[in-house]
Design a binder for this molecule. Sequence first.
Ligand code: BES
Ligand code: MN
Ligand code: ZN
Length: 495
Amino acid sequence: MKFDYRENYTVTEAPIIIGLPANFREMDNFEEVDTLLNGLTARIVEEKVLSAEPGVVTTTGVTIQTDYRKVIAVGLGDAAGLDQTDIQRYLGKLFQYLKDTGTKEGQLLMGTFPYDQEKLAEALGLMSVISIYEFESYKTDRGPLFSDEAALLITGSRDVREPVSRGVRLGESIAMARNFSETPPNIMTPEHMADKVAAIFKDRKYISGRVKDDETLEEEGYGLITAVGKASKAKPRLVTIEYKHPSAESCRPVALVGKGVTYDTGGYSIKSKTGMPGMKYDMSGAANVIGMMHAVSELELPVHVVGVIALAENMVDGNGMRPDDVYTSYSGQTVEVKNTDAEGRLVLGDAVFHASQYSPSLIMDFATLTGAVVAALGTKRSGIFTNKKPGFLTPFFDISRETGEEIWQLPITEIEEKNVKSSNIADLTNHVEKPGRASFAACFIKQFANGTPWVHFDIAGTGTASKRTPYGPAGATGVMIHTVVKYLETGDVHE
Ligand code: BES
Ligand code: MN
Ligand code: ZN
């Protein structure tokens, strides 16, 4: 979507777009709006031609002198109680209205939103991309994307081009992650994904990167990634992207690690015919780390970040892992594989230990890891786990309230510590037949953090949406990109 800015209302053919608070007299520019509505605002709202109900989009036509103009209003409810997630949701609905009705032009009056204009502008940029995101599908009759054709003129007393553009760049990073996740698994193989990442990040400021191929991984002792990937013709890859802003030159990095299982059949512990479809999304943790790195680089945040994406395809053939095999991890710990479908923790074990070699001050990992987290928390909350005291997570909870990406902490205790070490013949086992599987999986990964402060995000329930929401269509969500970028933006990560 193209954005333009003017200080004052401009006469154009395009529909006028306003926010409509229940107490519409709270609008900064009520006089101006009331003039456009021929002094009839009160009547129009009273008779519910335009609705102030939160998130409801309504329209009317007005005559301005002898010209007809369409007015589109998004209800804001009680403006005093508006928070950032409300604003995001209402703007999401507004953009979806524009898309659904093919409204390619509009003039949005910022002053009609009684809300911090800078934060409003950032939400506007973000939601203009993600709410109407659309995967460039393989349908042969596909037309141009609405977002490529739409243009919005923003008018208001404050020049908001900068915050709008920041929102757009974040949104585009989320869209990039979604594109990775949506691409079918016969195309989005580990090698293809690594190549794409290399192409995206080459020649970017402050960025360096390396890709380890399957032979290198095997030689260097990444035994777990190698084991997961070896039944596939599409061989594993480990990609590291390092972003080091000059002002964070001497700081230890924050590491972001993503599970990139480009397809998860389960291996010999094979999934059922209903459990398997959708497993193209099992690389969403990796896709979202790519999105985070892209956003950090686009916004030129003053930070030092290392992104690690662990790519493998979990397939079945004569080379595949068996439930009973033992492998030596990159950390040196041995692992007895009891279930080949518990592959995410294996690739993450090697990837998290690899990340720990950069001496990070914090490791965060993102993974569509367990069905159990979906059973526990549903599809709106990501499970989070840490090897630090609970207070360590406070900044994440604070930021997640602003972004609307809900998180809920789940425990790792002595119970899991004992169970992950219960193999008779190896240091660790990747599976025990006991309930509490999200905590068990998290505890397994914890063994590879090497004592580094670590936070694990299980996004099995939140990595995809089953239906359209104001944040976008059904499918990949790009969850946690917004929250992590805000976390890195707060700046105290390097203290
Ligand atoms: N990728 C799956 C987890 C998953 C399930 C993601 C549903 C999204 C939706 C993971 O690799 C897996 O298979 N986990 C198993 C582990 C079990 C075998 C111990 C699970 O959770 O059932
Ligand atoms: Mn699996
Ligand atoms: Zn998986």
